[in-house]
Design a protein around this ligand. Structure first.
Ligand code: HEC
Ligand code: HEC
Length: 360
């Protein structure tokens, strides 16, 4: 009798232990339930990276990590960001005093520009400008992913002769000679040097997020945030496999993938002389590797692709179907995906209005 009581006690303990452990390892509440069964489809993609050649990206991940809303509570050091804002708009940073960061990344519109290809101090360039909105949520930078942090990225535009034809000594000299900057830097308790100039630009760019798009509202649980067609488009986006590459907070912005996954003739070498990451590493395996573009605000960032040669979003969707999925999407699917992609546009970064109104 005593043994039986003891035994049942033991069973209860074991069962509750198991329950606790299971509770721990069970996947967290997924943001979107109907997604999990689509994700994981037939095609096996591999991500190409230095060091690890073929990283299988189809391994199981909880859906909530596949896509996530842009956080709306980003902490910003306003004094520092304000300096970054002034620098960003200042053509004095360039060799001919005519080109500012904003010349190619327009803050009043989409953080990018409407021309196919950016032209800097030398009047020529090779790539479409990327938007600076939501860069904080990318984890590789530039079309070919050659920089791994925003601070590293800055040596790009500043040193690029085609863009600003400037260097950090010239820039810090210029800033030291300006009463306005002297005051701003001393108010923020900072010396004027290369590190702090970069820090200010990075802090400003980190503040350029566009949370609260329709899709973010939907991800946060508001089912009514998307209409029927937009929902269908979101389904198609997952079902057809766009989500395999375009994922994360920025629905892209990190992974390196071959443009022309189903053959280079489908849009890799046909489009331009740009060989993507190869131009940076000169390794054959990096031929036509480009960073998967972020789709945040994509409806506002025409023209499309690294060469800016595709004018409309619908055309870009069609090309992606052919080059990255090896299929011809029907016009209904294209329309639906297009409707979904428009839900990724958020209001302008709040900090811009704040600074423009002199609230800070
Ligand atoms: C002459 C035009 C031009 C100017 C000036 C310019 N940029 Fe750019 N920017 C570009 C282009 C084009 C790209 C994409 C280049 C590439 O991928 O090779 C880019 C890329 C970037 C990116 C990477 C975004 C991402 O998602 O990877 C950031 C950030 C950026 N620029 C910030 C700046 C800042 C800050 C300045 C001023 C210091 C600046 N840019 C000046 C044209 C310009
Ligand atoms: C195998 C990975 C992969 C898949 C799958 C994929 N894409 Fe892409 N996508 C990319 C890459 C890489 C780029 C950048 C190409 C370039 O311009 O060099 C890109 C760029 C884009 C762009 C252009 C963004 C811009 O700002 O120029 C759009 C729009 C887009 N993809 C939508 C889609 C849609 C819709 C689907 C599904 C039908 C899809 N993609 C499937 C990898 C992928």
């Amino acid at each position: 009798m005593k043994n039986k009581v003891w035994l049942s006690f033991l069973i209860v303990v074991v069962v509750s232990l198991v329950a606790v452990v299971l509770g721990y390892i069970a996947p967290p509440e997924s943001v979107d339930h109907h997604m999990s069964h689509h994700y994981h489809e037939h095609t096996k993609y591999t991500e190409h990276e230095e060091g690890s050649d073929n990283v299988d990206i189809t391994r199981h991940k909880s859906v909530s990590k596949v896509v996530s809303p842009i956080p709306s509570d980003t902490e910003v050091d306003k004094k520092l960001a304000k300096i970054g804002w002034l620098l960003f708009k200042d053509p004095g940073l360039s060799s001919n005093n005519q080109i500012s960061c904003e010349s190619c990344h327009q803050l009043s519109t989409n953080g990018a520009e409407r021309t196919e290809i950016s032209t800097g101090v030398g009047g020529q360039g090779t790539r479409n400008s990327l938007t600076v909105f939501n860069v904080a949520h990318n984890y590789r930078f530039f079309w070919d992913g050659r920089a791994n942090s925003l601070a590293d990225q800055l040596d790009g535009p500043v040193h690029n002769v085609l863009e600003m034809d400037s260097d950090w000594n010239r820039i810090t000299d210029y800033i030291e000679g300006s009463a306005l900057y002297q005051k701003q830097f001393s108010d923020a308790g900072l010396n004027i040097d290369e590190a702090n100039v970069k820090k200010a630009l990075v802090e400003f760019m980190n503040a350029l997020t566009t949370p609260n798009s329709q899709f973010d509202q939907y991800l946060r649980g508001d089912q009514a945030a998307l209409n029927a067609q937009q929902l269908r488009g979101w389904e198609t986006f997952q079902k057809e496999g766009c989500i395999t590459c375009h994922r994360g907070t920025n629905i892209g912005g990190g992974m390196m993938m071959r443009f022309g996954f189903f053959g280079e003739d489908k849009m890799g070498n046909q489009r331009s002389d740009d060989k993507g990451r190869f131009q940076f590493t000169e390794q054959a395996k990096d031929m036509y590797l480009f960073r998967v573009a972020s789709l945040r605000n994509v409806a506002k960032t025409a023209p499309y692709f690294h060469d800016g040669k595709t004018q409309t979003l619908k055309e870009a969707i069609k090309i992606m179907g052919e080059s990255q999925l090896g299929k011809t999407l029907d016009s209904q699917s294209i329309d639906d995906i297009h409707a979904f992609l428009t839900t990724l546009s958020g209001p302008q970064p709040a900090i811009l209005e704040e600074f423009a109104n002199g609230k800070e």
